[in-house]
Design a binder for this molecule. Structure first.
Ligand code: PRX
Length: 677
């Protein structure tokens, strides 16, 4: 379908479920089925009728304005936030440093809570929570406000001030969101650590951020088991010279835990000492809001820094335009609060907009494979946002699990985290969305703070497998190494050519790395680390990471991080880690390992190394396979040839130039090697 046609007739797409064109066979490498995807799904007519943006022409006009006249566009949008002091300038840009809404002051928790208390939202459900064992809690905006104020006073009682860093290492319970909002209320900078990270990872983040306080729980539930969160914190704090003075522990599971006198305090006891009055501090637009650690191409995770006003605006705006959230929606994002998706789309975006947000603690297949569908039916969820890896798992478990439940409340579906294969998209569309719900495939990153490439659901026709077109203010380029735009359907590097409000403001404590990682490949442009192509309709197809970062079940993992965990084991001499295609997880982790003199390789060592990586980084990084080898393929200058290892890991015949290889025999040995050697 041409862009023109899309612009003319979006609202007439009454029979949205029918694809406009069929799939044609052609040459592309983007999906397993090697198809160029030509099916086009126009926005559902029922959806279009109520949508805030309901035509391609409207989307295009807004996008053009946002790029040509960002001051006007974002100045207008920003008026929807509640300011303690109005801003005087929209953007101050000296690459790579952006300042948005300078001169203004506001508070994030006030925008997410207080401002909803003066009308009917006061008694509306802000947060609906279900624990994995089945408990339920509902917080109205008024109740959530009260709990946030109380916990902010607990932080103050422990001398947490504006700018201080607070680590949050919690299960998916309302207290995680309460702790985050409490930090923002007093201007403290939170750093949430995903519960699947280990003691070592906590230690690294504590030391890097210089946090003086950790908020945690005794444990959390995951697939019926208890995750020993407090024990991990205790182990992390065995390290000498940590700056942590206080650990606040929420009682979730009631299991026995160690309490360190003088350091550890119980959440519920602390609340007894405080009242529920806590004014929100007016903060500069550019005040640090949070740090979130993510993997890069070195062994050391980066502390991505986000700031106040621009981030909040983008989170709110995307909830408004991409999810088109309304007061009567029940919105559910299945991400964990420990990832950026949980930050922007469980807490800040939906609450700023006054929405009702559902939060679930546990696994999708506990106690049975229909837990998600059961939740959707029970709470009549209307907007559902999940990851392709979860969709592929549901497909595998079979349609009978869905058939047991009424999913007719759904009106919009979303995905995030990795490219969605067209097969999974179609299944999601038909089986979950009943053929009537638009799907927003949202491309973005920890660094971008919010959606960057995504369909606007009432305006942009979708095609299975593409995130479609850029969001407002996002100027995308797909370029070759010299920065020239590549041709239609040619693969290039994805760059963003203009600053946007929720862009990262830096890497915590490392200005140089910030500049080098994101802004030095192409002068003045942000390089995202992803490859992409643009089709004839201008739709953007994300190919995936082109740096040494893996995407395992939607989670980012640096190959260098896993390698450094492996070489910290006494038996390992050298390690190289690559990804291989995986039907469920998108990518699996394959480790090529050489051992020290005299060490016996085999299944035992392979299992031990997998356990070792889990211990060092956390269960998120568990290798799928360890292959032992006498040597790794290297160039004559000593660089490991990852390209070859990737092909070996995927079981492919080797392609490309091997003449630079130092020892050609290594390849034959590696191809034959396995974890049982
Ligand atoms: O490779 C892209 C992939 O996830 C990376 C960002 O990972 P992270 O910072 O952990 O954030 C994940 C949640 C926003 C990107 O560089 N990615 C994310 N969304 C998509 C995607 N790849 C394709 N399509 C998407 N919709």
């Amino acid at each position: 379908m041409s862009k023109k046609a899309a612009a003319k007739k979006p609202a007439k797409a009454a029979k949205a479920a029918k694809p406009a064109k069929s799939v044609a066979k052609a040459s592309t490498t983007s999906s397993k089925s090697l198809l160029v995807e030509n099916r086009v799904f126009k926005p559902d007519a029922g959806f279009v009728k109520k949508a805030r943006i309901n035509s391609m022409a409207q989307y295009k006009a807004m996008h053009v304005e946002s790029l040509k006249n960002p001051d006007k566009f974002f100045g207008r949008e920003a008026k929807e936030l509640t300011w303690s002091k109005p801003f005087t300038k929209v953007l101050d840009w000296k690459c790579p440093n952006a300042k948005w809404f300078t001169g203004g002051k506001l508070n994030v928790s006030e925008n997410c809570l207080d401002r909803h208390l003066n009308g009917p939202r006061k008694t509306k459900a802000a947060l609906i929570w279900e624990g994995e064992p089945g408990e339920k809690r509902v917080y109205t905006y008024q109740q959530l406000h009260r709990e946030v104020c109380r916990f902010a006073n607990v932080l103050k009682r422990h001398k947490v001030k504006k700018g201080d860093r607070v680590i949050i290492y919690m299960p998916m319970i309302p207290e995680a969101a309460i702790a985050m909002l409490a930090c923002t209320r007093i201007g403290a900078v939170h750093s949430v650590i995903f519960g699947g990270f280990s003691a070592e990872s906590i230690k690294d983040r504590v030391l890097d951020s210089g946090a003086s306080i950790i908020i945690t729980a005794d444990g959390g539930y995951r697939r019926g088991a208890v995750v020993p969160l407090k024990k991990n914190v205790d182990d992390a704090l065995k390290a000498k010279d940590t700056p942590v003075k206080t650990v606040v522990v929420f009682k979730r599971t009631g299991q026995d835990i160690h309490i360190e006198e003088g350091r550890d305090v119980w959440w519920h006891r602390e609340l007894e000492y405080v009242d529920a009055k806590c004014p929100a501090v007016a903060l500069d637009s550019e005040a640090d809001l949070f740090i979130l650690y993510t993997s890069g191409s070195t062994g050391k995770p980066k502390g991505i820094l986000h700031s106040t006003a621009g981030y909040l605006l983008h989170a709110q705006m995307t909830c408004k335009y991409v999810f088109d959230l309304r007061d009567d929606d029940v919105y559910w994002c299945t991400a964990d609060i420990g990832w950026v998706t949980g930050h922007s789309y469980i807490v800040y975006g939906p609450l700023a907009l006054g929405a009702t947000c559902l939060m679930y603690e546990g696994a999708p297949n506990w106690p049975e494979n229909d837990r998600f569908w059961k939740i959707i039916e029970e709470y009549a969820v209307t907007v559902f946002y999940t990851a392709p890896t979860a969709i592929r798992a549901f497909m595998k478990w079979g349609d009978e699990w869905l058939k047991k439940h009424d999913l007719s409340s759904l009106r919009l579906l979303g995905t995030v985290g990795e490219p969605i294969n067209p097969e999974a998209w179609m299944w999601y569309h038909h089986k979950v969305g009943g053929g009537k719900c638009p799907i927003v495939d949202t491309w973005w990153q920890t660094e971008t703070g919010g959606h960057m490439i995504t369909p606007i659901p009432g305006a942009v026709p979708t095609k299975p497998g593409t995130a479609t077109l850029p969001f407002f203010g996002v100027d995308v380029g797909i370029v070759d190494d010299l920065g020239n735009e590549v041709g239609t359907n040619e693969q290039g590097k994805l760059v963003i050519k203009k600053p946007w409000p929720s862009m990262l403001r830096g890497i915590w404590g490392d200005k140089k790395r910030y500049q080098e990682t994101y802004w030095s490949d192409f002068k003045g442009w942000y390089f995202a680390g992803d490859g992409a192509r643009r089709d004839k309709d201008g739709y953007i197809w994300i190919i995936g990471r082109i740096d040494d970062v893996l995407n395992v079940a939607g989670h980012r993992l640096g190959t260098a991080e896993v390698e450094s965990a492996l070489v910290s084991h006494p038996s390992v001499a050298e390690a190289a880690v690559v990804g291989r295609p995986d039907e469920l997880k998108g990518q699996g982790v394959v480790c090529f390992v050489t051992v020290k003199e005299g060490i016996k390789t085999g299944r035992d060592l392979s299992e031990e190394l997998k356990k070792h990586v889990r211990k060092v980084i956390g269960p998120v990084a568990t290798p799928d396979e360890v292959r032992f080898a006498a040597a790794l393929p290297k160039t004559r200058s000593g660089k490991i040839m990852r390209r070859l290892l990737k092909q070996i890991a995927a079981g492919e015949t080797l392609k490309g130039d091997t003449t630079t290889l130092e020892d050609i025999n290594v390849i034959a040995a590696l191809s034959a090697a396995s974890g049982e050697d």
